[in-house]
Design a protein around this ligand. Structure first.
Ligand code: DQA
Length: 147
């Protein structure tokens, strides 16, 4: 099956961006490990990072028709703002896991609300880059991917 890994705004700066909060792992390292994990299980990974809301919305819409079975997404700041990206995921009806490197609940109040969590299969936060490994492990076991 095909799994889609989506990264929201500013995650292209991982490794140098507030390392005390987000860790030192780069996005390239996250994507490389994710691809190896998914391919080792006999599946395919597509990944995309964008700072633009419409690019992420368009990619989610495209996932409806391209064979994507599952989405893992860190919407980053769009977590707290984007009804449009939420609606795109709701429209595709694809199962997804929401990942955050930090634990937004332990941070500023404006990070406590997510437009995604009530639609998500699961939410993983506070585990740094390891969160993606856990999310993909769960995705690989999900009936939509594992059959
Ligand atoms: C984040 C948490 C968000 O609040 C923040 O805007 C991000 C990253 C995380 O992975 O911890 O950009 O999604």
């Amino acid at each position: 099956a095909r799994i889609l890994l989506l990264h929201g705004p500013n995650l292209n700066l991982l490794g140098e961006r507030e390392p005390a909060v987000y860790g030192r792992t780069t996005l390239e390292q996250i994507d490389r490990a994710a691809r190896a994990q998914v391919e080792a299980a006999g599946h395919t990974l597509d990944s995309l990072q964008s700072n633009a809301e419409h690019v992420l919305v368009d990619r989610v819409q495209a996932a409806r028709g391209d064979g994507t079975a599952f989405v893992v997404i860190n919407p980053a700041a769009f977590t707290h703002t984007s009804v449009a990206l939420r609606d795109a995921l709701a429209a595709t009806r694809l199962p997804f896991i929401e990942v955050h490197l930090s634990n937004p609940h332990a941070r500023e109040p404006f990070r406590h609300h997510s437009y995604f969590s009530d639609l998500a299969v699961a939410v993983i936060c506070g585990l740094g880059a390891d969160g993606y490994r856990h999310a993909l492990d769960a995705a690989l076991r999900h009936p939509a991917v594992a059959g």
